[in-house]
Design a protein around this ligand. Structure first.
Ligand SMILES: *Cc1c(COP(=O)(O)O)cnc(C)c1O
Length: 434
């Protein structure tokens, strides 16, 4: 295996492989892990002395790079004041400051903020808000959710029920998972010619079942872990109209797309819509600490307040954690300070040019780029273990899944580093496919 690995590193890896479970991995026969010792900027420093350029931003999150001095200082300052305090009956400046900024920067009309610990919980909270809304107006039969195929909304129970039934493996959990309404995935591509009939299935569903549906939940513009697909902005604006018409709340899950990733600060802006409820997470703290938020309109908040029991029934122990709020505030400072959207449009232009050569490769189905996201969809499911090692051997960190080999680098990546990343990426994919 790795020739430069120390005894200590080997010991850690040996224990890990025997006892620690990793995401979507066999508990007893896992694909080997790589040991990272530290990280800085866009680099992951491996225990064997190698340095990898990170193409994943640790799953959409680390937008300002690792070990960012400004982020570190903000958190350290907060750490020396208080790292945590309960949120029941208590508030603090980092939470207030962050809520102000989130309300100001998200689509107009989202005026109430609920903090939670992770993306999946933010989605749980959104779904509960929708249910409590209809309960409060004495329409408790509106208690199901509708969504599109190929979606992903997290791994806890209710978010899982609105993930794609096939990639989410609903058959395993069938007996106890709530059955939801699914419509086909949007077909018109982001930059394709808009086809009105894309929304026919939604129209039919709403006509027949609107009395049972509390909310429609969707990832705006980019379907992430359910297929890395980019759909047409008119789909989302049409959906917004239909939801209004049929009295169904619209929940937009911006957990992957929020904070610039698609080229707009929030992907909703491509369609110029305001959802009734919106979830943010992942890049919220630039990957420093787990944190998420659910925002909603004054109307939804008011209805829940006026109903029974008049309070919103959720309250995580670590709600509004001051360290996390401070990390989020520092991340937003950096977003404001550096012209992030301009940087992302440069990354997009470079990805479009530098990934293009893969388009003509045998075995490649499609290459697509939007904002700081580059996706290569191949014809056949990849061998993760083999391909992962090939990427590492070429000095880059890429984590493919299924038929998708993709990158979403930290925004701080320089054009030289990005060139290094894309060229090693293209060479590896070529080598792998021949
Ligand atoms: C990652 C993700 C989630 C779940 O967030 P966790 O922090 O992993 O719980 C939900 N929705 C979308 C769109 C995501 O990308």
């Amino acid at each position: 295996m790795n020739c430069n690995i120390t005894d200590k590193a080997q010991e850690l890896l040996d224990f890990d492989v025997k006892h620690i479970m990793h995401p979507y991995t066999s508990p007893t026969k896992p694909i080997p892990c790589y040991l990272v010792e530290s990280a800085s900027g866009v680099y992951l420093n491996m225990s064997d002395g190698r340095r990898l350029i990170d193409g994943m931003s640790s799953w959409w999150a680390v937008i300002h790079g690792y070990n960012n001095i400004y982020m570190n200082e903000a958190i350290t300052t907060q750490l020396n004041k208080m790292s945590h305090v309960m949120f029941g009956g208590i508030t603090h400046e980092p939470a207030v400051k962050l809520a102000k900024r989130l309300i100001q920067m998200t689509p107009k009309g989202l005026d109430h903020v609920f903090y939670s610990d992770s993306g999946s919980v933010a989605v749980e909270v959104a779904l509960k808000m929708a249910l409590q809304y209809w309960y409060s107006v004495e329409q408790p039969k509106k208690c199901k959710f509708a969504t599109v195929r190929s979606g992903y909304h997290g791994d806890t129970w209710h978010p899982m029920s609105v993930c794609d039934p096939v990639t989410g493996m609903h058959h395993i959990f069938n007996q106890t998972l709530s059955a939801q309404f699914f419509v086909p995935k949007p077909t018109t591509k982001f930059d394709g010619i808009w086809n009105e009939s894309d929304l026919d299935a939604v129209c039919d569903l709403f006509t027949n079942h609107h009395k049972e549906i509390a909310a429609f939940i969707i990832e705006p513009i980019v379907q992430g872990a359910g297929g890395m697909r980019f759909y047409h902005p008119n789909y989302l604006s049409g959906l917004r109209k239909l939801c209004k018409e049929y009295h169904i709340l619209l929940i937009v899950d911006e957990i992957a797309t929020g904070f610039g990733r698609t080229g707009k600060m929030f992907a909703c802006e491509w369609s110029q819509i305001t959802p009734d409820i919106m979830c943010v997470g992942k890049a919220l703290t630039s990957g420093y600490i787990t944190f998420a938020a659910t925002l909603t309109s004054h109307k939804v908040a008011q209805v829940i307040s006026n109903g029974y029991p008049g309070v919103f029934m959720h309250g995580p122990t670590f709600m509004g954690n001051p360290l996390a709020c401070s990390a989020a505030n520092a991340s937003l400072d950096l977003i404001e300070k550096y012209n992030i959207l301009d940087k992302i449009s440069k990354i997009e232009a470079q990805l479009k040019i530098e990934l293009n050569s893969l388009n003509s490769l045998n075995g490649v189905k499609e290459v697509r780029v939007l904002g700081a996201i580059g996706v290569v969809e191949v014809e056949e499911e990849v061998n993760l273990e083999v391909l992962q090692k090939m990427f590492v051997d070429r000095g880059i960190w890429i984590r493919p899944f299924g038929k998708l080999i993709y990158m979403m680098p930290p925004y701080v990546i320089t054009s030289e580093q990005l060139h290094q990343l894309t060229s090693q990426f293209c060479k590896t994919v070529q080598d792998y496919l021949v």
